[in-house]
Design a protein around this ligand. Structure first.
Ligand SMILES: [Zn+2]
Length: 111
């Protein structure tokens, strides 16, 4: 099956508090782990309950230890990576499209 993704990373490197993503078109994005985690695309972080009126956002100032730290990055097929966070959160699958969007958004607002 041919992938629909136009852009794909040639390299993903963990730095201190960021990851560096190099793309096949020559672009490089350095994405802070805080951004990456806050943009976690999984169902838990984007639950249905968020649209309900009585939903109380759990955006507490308290974050568990390791919330913004990566335990490991696992490849998922040839279209995504699964980022395992040190607080145990492991359901975030970042497709190349998601990574690219995060990278572009962050870079654009950080000029
Ligand atoms: Zn998540």
């Amino acid at each position: 099956m041919e992938t629909m993704n136009k852009f794909r990373p040639t390299r993903i490197k963990r730095l201190g508090k960021t990851i560096l993503v190099r793309w096949n078109d020559g672009r490089a994005d350095e994405i802070p782990l805080t951004i990456l985690r806050d943009k976690c695309p999984c169902a838990t972080c984007n639950g249905e309950g968020k649209t309900e009126e009585n939903y109380i956002p759990i955006k507490a100032p308290f974050k568990p230890t390791g919330f913004y730290e990566i335990e490991k990055i696992l490849p998922v097929g040839n279209y995504a990576v699964n980022i395992i966070w040190k607080d145990g959160h492991n359901t975030g699958i970042y497709s190349w499209d998601v990574l690219r969007t995060i990278g572009e958004c962050f870079s654009d607002t950080n000029k």
